[in-house]
Design a protein around this ligand. Structure first.
Ligand code: FEO
Length: 160
């Protein structure tokens, strides 16, 4: 495997950690607005992102690469609505999906079968993550600012 591909995988290791960091900032906003279910959902999401990062960590090590931790930009901490939180989450997941597809293309160019196989899990996971954010956005668009509706969505997300 080329150093270029290893570097790209290492960038994604860092980006998955950054994703978790973004979700924690979103969770903190929901928590500050007393939406405990939404906060719980986003904290669980952050934990999943850590697991994603660790998959890259282990794979890079298995391929005899060296993992390096990079600086992280400050996440967005302020939101004007819960809808904006989940729209931001969906936008972020679309960025992740594009990055995974680019990695697959790069791995194919190098005929790195192990990497193509490794990334397949992420291709499926991204489909799931985008769909789960879309579902929540659909519900939040429906309830708008109505308190009871928001509480119902919040209760549902507490069950994650
Ligand atoms: Fe690890 Fe939400 O992508």
């Amino acid at each position: 495997m080329s150093q270029k591909l290893l570097n790209a995988l290492n960038d994604q290791f860092n980006f998955e950690l950054l994703s978790g960091y973004y979700y924690l900032a979103m969770a903190a906003y929901c928590e500050s607005e007393n939406m405990r279910g939404m906060s719980h959902f986003l904290v669980e999401q952050a934990k999943e992102e850590y697991e994603h990062a660790m998959k890259f960590f282990e794979f890079i090590n298995d391929m005899d690469g060296t993992v390096t931790a990079q600086a992280m930009p400050e996440p967005k901490n302020d939101y004007s609505s819960f809808l904006e939180v989940f729209e931001t989450a969906l936008h972020h997941e679309k960025v992740v999906t594009k990055r995974i597809y680019d990695l697959v293309d790069m791995a194919k160019e190098e005929n790195s079968h192990a990497t193509i196989q490794f990334l397949q899990w992420f291709v499926e996971e991204q489909l799931e993550e985008e769909n789960s954010m879309k579902d929540i956005i659909f519900k939040l668009e429906g309830v708008k600012d109505h308190f009871h509706g928001l509480m119902m969505v919040d209760r549902e997300l507490a069950g994650r």
